[in-house]
Design a protein around this ligand. Structure first.
Ligand code: GLN
Length: 336
């Protein structure tokens, strides 16, 4: 009977990984022990030397970060926590915050949003100007800089006090009141923000920016300056693993359909011209930032945040990507 059941399960349900990886057996205690153990095993096998990759030196303040830092935190829908390394240290989330701005703008605008920004992968670097002229000021997607500037413009139009109201939204969905902007990082980026200024001016010339350019840039640089720990980041994004419902308060943040679409955009556009690579190797929707952070979502299961400041040429964390690749490989769990 047991043999028959096992045969049935393998054919119709897929293999039971608890047999293949006994350390993932159902006991919560054992799972807890072993996720943490798995994190240190993967980290110790990373084999990436310090001369590979660079910090995002185009933002002067981001140069000062210690390149040996590494943290990871996974939060499950049942509020179980697993972590390793510098997971309680704050870092600049940069472009990861674009997802939260998109969530709020989508909530406010519904499907009208897509008249001003697309949902296609760009295949170009995050700050690229080239496509914008061809596409007459409509950015390919909301996660490249041009798209996030349009989203910022929308939020500036909707709110009396955009920065205050946005950070209140982030605090509400995370349940963490201490999350804040870093004026040090925002000012540093503003002092060298010429490419973003070029992007927004081009879009303004096509009529796709409604507000004063300086107000929108100020909002955008502050958005990117938000600081979080890996633990805070994974907690903040957990509602996207729960189909739009905040798992702590049970409050619906966005509809199930919108949550699906935000995850789809992350899957296709979250890593710019390396989105295919992340999808191929990790198999989860995710988003990177030039501060070295990555968030990835396993719908119905968990959100995981990794931080390691050295970036590859595409502006994505080298160790973070490799770590997540090995994590989904070892656990044999991804959305595919
Ligand atoms: N603030 C950064 C910029 O505009 C964000 C880029 C990123 O994290 N990919 O250049």
């Amino acid at each position: 009977m047991a043999v028959f059941f096992s045969f049935f399960q393998t054919i119709f349900v897929g293999p039971d990984y608890r047999n293949i990886y006994p350390e993932f057996a159902s006991s919560q205690h054992r799972t807890a022990m072993n996720y943490n153990k798995l994190f240190s095993k993967i980290y110790n096998g990373l084999e990436i030397s310090e001369d590979q990759g660079k910090v995002a030196s185009y933002i002067p303040e981001l140069q000062n970060v210690n390149t040996t830092k590494f943290g990871v935190h996974l939060t499950t829908l049942k509020d179980h926590h697993y972590s390793f390394g510098d997971s309680d240290e704050k870092f600049s989330v940069q472009s990861i915050a674009k997802v939260l701005a998109l969530v709020l703008a989508y909530k406010l605008e519904d499907e009208k949003l897509w008249e001003r920004v697309g949902v296609e992968p760009s295949g170009t670097p995050f700050n690229s100007l080239v496509q914008l002229e061809y596409d007459r000021g409509i950015p390919r997607n909301p996660l490249i800089n041009a798209g996030a500037l349009v989203i910022s413009d929308i939020l500036v139009s909707h709110f009396e006090e955009p920065k205050k109201q946005f950070i209140e939204f982030v605090r509400k969905i995370s349940g963490i009141q201490e999350i804040d902007y870093s004026s040090r990082i925002a000012d540093s980026e503003k002092s060298v923000g010429f490419t973003n200024a070029a992007l927004i001016n081009l879009m303004k010339s096509f009529g796709n920016i409604r507000n004063d350019i300086d107000d929108v840039l100020d909002f955008y640089f502050n958005l990117c300056s938000i600081e979080m720990t890996c633990k805070e980041l994974s907690r903040t994004f957990l509602f996207l693993a729960d189909y739009g419902v905040c798992p702590y308060t049970k409050e619906r943040i966005i509809s199930t359909s919108k949550s699906k679409r935000i995850n789809a955009i992350m899957q296709l556009c979250g890593f710019y011209d390396e989105a295919g690579e992340f999808s191929f190797k990790v198999g989860l929707p995710g988003k990177s930032g030039v501060g070295g952070g990555i968030i990835a979502i396993h719908p119905n299961k968990y959100s995981i945040a990794v931080w390691s400041p050295l970036l590859n040429k595409k502006g994505n964390s080298i160790r973070g990507m490799k770590f997540l690749e090995l994590f989904t490989t070892e656990t044999q769990a991804s959305i595919f």
